[in-house]
Design a protein around this ligand. Structure first.
Ligand SMILES: Cc1cc2nc3c(=O)[nH]c(=O)nc-3n(C[C@H](O)[C@H](O)[C@H](O)COP(=O)(O)O)c2cc1C
Ligand code: SF4
Length: 410
């Protein structure tokens, strides 16, 4: 593949992970030899808009709209979100380990374009290798017009929510704040702040080099570009894949060597995503609003879906920041009712349906909404399994932890 640094070029160029050896970070010299020099330009926001880039942190929000919200404000700040608290996701950590300079290019190019003189890369305290990788990369960069520093934030599912992240960076508890004010209005230390996922910033670094037309050379018209996916569960070769948006889930599973055994369902979009039946999975188009932060887990039919999912619901209830009543009490009750699906599905199902609709939109952040989507889509996709539990009670399949609730996905 050839590479050109010219904006508007339509030549093929490597994307985020093409040609990269996992396990060793590229030095600045190797990185620049691979991709060419970084182009800093205040017109980058227009290019990001033309590229149609949407955030890769989960909400799939239009990136240019966020950049415009802080551009031109007094002393804006940029925070690169590398918290990656979702246990089923490892793509941000993989990016930080393999190509930290690409992430830092995205940080610097974005900060420069919106007029921010300072930027922070926020990494979970437990992500030791990633912290070292970014720290080493930062030492190599001396000529950036933006002051970039690394900060650690507590591990935890909710820490990566943008206002929780900003609270953690101000030495407060890593709990979300009620919005408004939004971070772009009053963020870190009161300054207008933009929070972007590290993968989003890595795409910006490529758009800064090769332009919007190049970016749109992969993916579909509605869903341009590529995205990182953390693929886990019953597949032959799980791990981190870079896919073209708009690919089908069937294509992605095939790239991973296919399923190791018949599947009961696939969780798409991680613990804020939704379950898809084994029959619907192959044809599902992976667009940003479905892919979320990119975690995909294939659950085999040999597992007890109810018991496996119950562990996750219990885990998510425990990760509530405990400051909004409907979230902390509601999710605990949902966790208990979900566990009872194993023995008395009909009664607990009715309670779950009522309670998930009651917690939606009732928190300072979208944590309860995410759990509600996980539970409701489970009840639909695992209908046959629930009917079996209603007839025979516990199925007795061992709980193997197909859905990770701690540790690292990659
Ligand atoms: C409970 C919760 C946890 C989140 N965790 C993360 C995270 O670990 N990393 C991340 O980039 N975004 C996370 N987000 C989304 C952020 O709030 C924010 O939308 C994102 O960092 C913006 O970046 P993007 O526009 O580039 O996607 C989380 C959101 C919620 C509600
Ligand atoms: S909704 Fe839940 S996780 Fe979000 S701020 Fe409220 S208590 Fe915390």
């Amino acid at each position: 593949m050839s590479v050109s640094a010219a904006r508007g070029s339509t030549v093929q160029a490597p994307r985020l992970l093409a040609g990269i050896q996992p396990g060793r970070a590229l030095s600045l010299v190797e990185h620049q030899a691979r991709l060419g020099p970084l182009v800093l330009d205040r017109g980058l926001v227009d290019e990001v808009e033309a590229a149609g880039l949407r955030g890769r942190g989960g909400a799939a929000f239009d990136t240019a709209t966020k950049l415009r919200a802080v551009a031109g404000r007094r002393r804006p700040l940029l925070v690169a979100n590398a918290a990656e608290g979702e246990p089923a996701s490892g793509k941000d950590k993989a990016l930080l380990r393999a190509t930290p300079q690409l992430v830092l290019d995205g940080v610097v190019a974005t900060a420069y374009a919106v007029g921010a003189r300072e930027a922070i890369v926020a990494v979970a305290a437990g992500a030791r290798r990633e912290l070292e990788s970014v720290a080493r990369a930062l030492v190599e960069r001396r000529d950036d017009p933006v002051r970039v520093r690394i900060e650690t934030v507590p591990d935890g599912f909710v820490t990566g929510e943008e206002t929780a992240l900003l609270n953690a960076l101000q030495s407060r508890a890593a709990k979300p704040s009620v919005k408004p004010p939004y971070p772009f209005e009053r963020g870190l230390n009161g300054a207008p702040t933009i929070v972007q996922n590290v993968e989003t910033l890595a795409h910006v670094a490529l758009i800064a080099r090769y332009g919007a037309t190049w970016f749109r050379g992969a993916g579909s018209g509605e869903a341009p570009g590529t995205a990182l996916v953390t693929l886990g569960g019953a597949v032959r070769r799980g791990g981190i894949l870079e896919i073209e948006l708009g690919s089908t889930l069937g294509d992605v599973l095939a790239r991973a060597g296919g399923a190791t055994e018949p599947l009961a369902g696939v969780l798409v979009g991680g613990y804020f995503g939704r379950w898809v039946s084994a029959a619907d999975a192959p044809g599902l188009r992976l667009v940003p609003e479905i892919l979320g932060a990119g975690a995909v887990v294939a659950l085999p039919a040999s597992a007890c879906g109810v018991a496996e999912a119950a562990r996750v619901v219990r885990y998510l209830a425990g990760e509530s920041a405990g400051q909004c009543g409907p979230c902390s009490h509601g999710l605990r009750a949902i966790g208990t009712a979900f566990a009872e699906l194993e023995t008395s599905p009909d009664a607990s199902r009715a309670r779950l349906e009522r309670w998930t609709s009651q917690v939606r939109g009732r928190g300072a952040c979208r944590h309860p909404d995410g759990v509600a989507t996980f539970v409701e889509s489970f009840l639909t996709v695992f209908e046959p399994e629930l009917a079996r539990h209603a007839r025979r009670g516990r199925c007795g399949a061992p709980t193997r932890g197909w859905l990770p609730i701690g540790g690292r996905a990659a």
